[in-house]
Design a protein. Structure first.
Length: 317
């Protein structure tokens, strides 16, 4: 809707009580909407630390960023002076993964910053580390590994359910996402394979992997289609219920989307591009408007962008 519109709602109220009064419109926004994704014209180059950046993760408050470097066989840590604004990032330190993995692909942290996980495709395993100081990778110490080679010889993306009881891997060998259950939360030695979901119809080069915090949406970045693919899960965190929803092309910014990460509220998406060695920032907010039928039957609302309109509080019939 590009023009100012008057909405007259007749079916949502009792005919005997019908009055053409001006109703209340409540405007808002919803995150994790790649259909509304727009590049913010903000990027940050990481080539000074690594020429082949592959994995991406942020501290939940947006003040730290972590990038996996293939060339350096390490994780690089950055500080952001303004939370979630990658233009304010500055390099801090790195941590070598070469003792466990010489081909690291993705990194993931437990929500309290006291555990770090690395997946790589030389050892075909997920490696678990403890951090004695939260979010400080220089304090990392290796704990244990869990092999995923029985499922995929080229594991790429890594993600955990918010409570640590499920782990997900995207694999480039069979173009699938794999689900594992952890009998002890955040302990990879207790992981067991559950099921897989093929993404080959959308992309034969799946790399990055992310989920909406409630587990109802899954996102895969693919280098063949040069896009981020969204899937809806009818049962949260159960990938067998995933259905492809839509795709968002990244080719204008980068033709090799290695990994993705969403801001905690889903209003921003960050893409790690292998071609430009940049991290790109996008706005992923969907504008919403709720028309409150208990307040009136005519609504004066001027959309300024794509908007999702819903009707609330209809009168009983």
């Amino acid at each position: 809707m590009s023009n100012n519109k008057d909405f007259k709602i007749k079916n949502g109220i009792k005919p005997t009580a019908y009055q053409e009064t001006l109703g209340t419109v409540v405007s808002g926004s919803e995150g994790y909407s790649i259909s509304s994704a727009a590049y913010d014209s903000v990027s940050f180059n990481v080539s000074a630390q690594d020429g082949t950046p592959l994995g991406l993760f942020f501290k939940p408050d947006g003040t730290k960023m972590y990038v996996v470097g293939f060339d350096g066989q390490d994780v690089n840590e950055y500080n952001l002076s303004t939370a979630w604004d990658i233009s304010t990032a500055s390099y801090s330190q790195n941590f070598s993964t070469s003792t466990q993995e010489i081909s690291p692909k993705s990194v993931y942290f437990k929500s309290d910053g006291l555990k770090m996980y690395i997946v790589g495709y030389t050892g075909d395993a997920v490696h678990e580390y403890n951090l004695s100081t939260a979010w400080d990778i220089s304090t990392s110490s290796f704990v244990q590994s869990f092999s995923v080679s029985s499922q995929d010889a080229v594991p790429m993306g890594l993600f955990f359910k918010t409570d640590g009881t499920k782990m997900f891997i995207s694999g480039n060998s069979t173009n699938s996402v794999y689900e594992y259950g952890l009998s002890t939360a955040w302990n990879v030695s207790t992981a067991s394979f559950t099921q897989s979901f093929s993404v080959a119809t959308q992309d034969t080069g799946p790399y990055g992997l992310s989920f909406k915090p409630d587990g109802t949406k899954m996102y895969v970045s693919g280098i063949v289609a040069q896009a981020v693919h969204e899937y809806s899960l009818s049962t949260a965190w159960n990938i067998s219920t995933a259905v492809s929803s839509l795709s968002f092309s990244t080719s204008t910014q980068d033709t090799s989307p290695q990994n993705i990460f969403f801001k905690s509220d889903g209003l921003k998406m960050y893409l790690l591009g292998g071609s430009g060695k940049n991290i790109y920032q996008y706005s992923t907010a969907l504008s919403t408007a709720q028309l409150d039928l208990s307040t009136g039957s005519v609504f004066d609302y001027t959309p300024t962008s794509n908007v999702q309109v819903t009707l609330t509080n209809p009168a009983a019939s």
